[in-house]
Design a protein around this ligand. Structure first.
Ligand SMILES: C[S@@+](CC[C@H](N)C(=O)[O-])C[C@H]1O[C@@H](n2cnc3c(N)ncnc32)[C@H](O)[C@@H]1O
Length: 364
């Protein structure tokens, strides 16, 4: 049996849950391109994530072929098929396991592989992990084949490779499979050196520009808040989750205020339990505004917080600070009214939990 006969025979090497044989394979154009390309290479060494017809094809045409998939019986079917068809299979090294577990332990020299096919798991992060552990192993002049570019992960990987100067698109098959030739060795690059990431950043910047006044909150913190609302709805024990999320949101909001709104000095409004908790979670954090005062309507006898004895809110000169932090997770409305009455409409107030469902929350 030669490679084209194999492609025509289409052995069903996967099975459905009920054991019925099943074909899950690249389509003919991609398979034929792989067969043609590998036929021109003497002593090729290849690797794939996922197994199937391609395992037989690559074993047939390469001197050594690594295949990684978590399906031992699948590999037995592959070996049985090779035996039936008289296809030598001594070059097949199959590794039973998930590629994210197997690849980091696989000892393959850099720049040694002629072809890598990424067609194992298609969820995040698997195709990217497959890429991370194989891109250096491919020879200059070798190929990276990405299947299932109709799925989001394959699409992203394909778009990233299209924009990378080290890789050139050499095959696009059935709107499903892409082949890229490696033109230069690459040690990898940080995001600002990657054209794809710069394009993505352009999209983020446009998103920010379309949401004036919302700034970083819109792309970073709001999804956290939205996810939290969803988590609270479905989680059996929301309080436990809240106690983990709350410090993150509080710290993040203050950091954002410092970074985005240039809030340098703040006063904390309220010297009660929430402020005692806030003092704990802010300890050791960097990038926060400086806390210059702790205000309270009844400061007498309350302990110092942030190294400052509480002072009467009434009579405090709000012009000394860039913002007043409402130190509460349940009385924001009342505190806002009070601050407006004391400091006027122009004072900047920071509600650490704006957007979250009403508290109080359980805090650790
Ligand atoms: C679409 S099939 C591969 C088909 C094969 N490339 C072909 O054309 O004949 C996907 C395979 O990936 C395997 N798989 C799923 N998750 C995986 C993972 N995390 N690592 C490696 N293989 C995985 C499945 O067992 C399945 O065999």
């Amino acid at each position: 049996m030669n490679a084209y006969e194999l492609i025509q025979a289409k052995p069903h090497l996967h099975v459905f849950g009920d054991g019925t044989p099943r074909l899950m394979s690249l389509l003919d154009n991609a398979l034929k391109w792989m067969a043609d390309e590998l036929s021109t290479r003497k002593d090729a060494v290849t690797l794939e994530t996922g197994y199937g017809l391609t395992t037989v094809l690559m074993t047939m045409l390469a001197r050594q072929h690594h295949s990684i998939a978590p399906d031992e019986p699948g590999y037995r079917r592959v070996l049985d098929y090779c035996k039936q068809q008289g296809i030598p299979a001594q070059g097949l090294q199959y590794h039973v396991g998930f590629s994210e577990d197997v690849l980091p332990k696989l000892d393959i020299p850099d720049e040694s592989l002629d072809m890598v096919l990424i067609d194992g798991g298609h969820g995040i992060p698997t195709p990217f992990v497959d890429y991370a552990y194989t891109f250096k192993k491919i020879k200059v002049g070798g190929y990276l084949v990405v299947d299932d570019i109709q799925l989001g992960t394959g699409l992203m990987l394909k778009d990233f490779l299209l924009e990378s100067k080290e890789w050139g698109l050499t095959g696009f098959f059935d709107s499903k499979t892409c082949a890229f030739r490696k033109y230069a060795a690459t040690p990898g690059a940080d995001w600002y050196q990657q054209p794809y990431m710069l394009q993505m950043q352009g999209q983020v910047d446009r998103l920010l520009a379309q949401a004036p006044g919302k700034g970083l909150d819109y792309v970073s913190l709001e999804p956290v808040v939205a996810a939290h609302k969803w988590t609270v709805r479905r989680a059996p024990e929301p309080a436990a989750l809240e106690s983990k999320l709350l410090p993150v949101v509080g710290v993040e909001r203050l950091k954002l205020a410092a970074l985005r709104d240039r809030v340098r000095k703040v006063a904390i409004f309220g010297a009660g339990q929430h402020t005692a908790w806030l003092e704990k979670i802010l300890a050791g954090q960097e990038g926060l505004p400086q806390i210059v005062a702790v205000l309270d309507d009844a400061p007498a006898g309350k302990p110092a917080r942030f190294g400052r004895p509480p002072v009467a809110a009434e009579g405090f000169d709000a012009g000394q600070v860039d913002a007043i932090v409402l130190s509460t997770d349940c009385l924001q409305r009342a505190m806002q009214l009070r601050c407006r009455a004391l400091y006027g409409a122009g004072a900047r107030l920071i509600d650490l939990y704006a957007g979250l469902p009403a508290g109080p929350y359980r805090k650790e």
